[in-house]
Design a protein around this ligand. Sequence first.
Ligand code: CO
Length: 181
Amino acid sequence: MSAISEIDLSALKVVKYPDPRLREVCTAVEEFDDSLRGFVERMFEIMYASNGVGLAAPQVGQTIRLFIANPTAEPGGEYEGVYINPEIIERSGSDVGDEGCLSFPGMSCKIKRAEAVTIRAANLNGETFTQTAEGLQARIFQHESDHLDGILLSDRMSTVAKITNRRLLKDLEEDYAETKR
Ligand code: CO
């Protein structure tokens, strides 16, 4: 029985900056069972309800190496994917583009990423696959992989972007402190 089977799926919600769970280096997924499938289905519900294009497990408070992605933000379709224990094995080019994150609601900032990447991951059956992507999908792969190592937009953004978003970051910090009170 995996720890995932203990989760109350209905209670899952997006964890926001600066929650410390977003800072953990996540652990590898070892059991590919029905609980994992149910958890991933719930993640998709949450991602689409928030109009997201990617969501990593720590963003719903589970510090395991798994993310989901769909650059179209529309349920279903060929770009919808589950990436378990992912590893970026190749990067090429560079591209600066606007990036947001469901854990930083309302924030958007320019982030430099590789233009194209190849990712190796397992699917829900535990089978390994590789996929090469460019543009938005490559950006999502890099952003979500960062989450699994506890790296956030606030670490990647420029000093200028930090100043521009200072108020927003402070508000999120205050909101979080409020929930802890
Ligand atoms: Co994010």
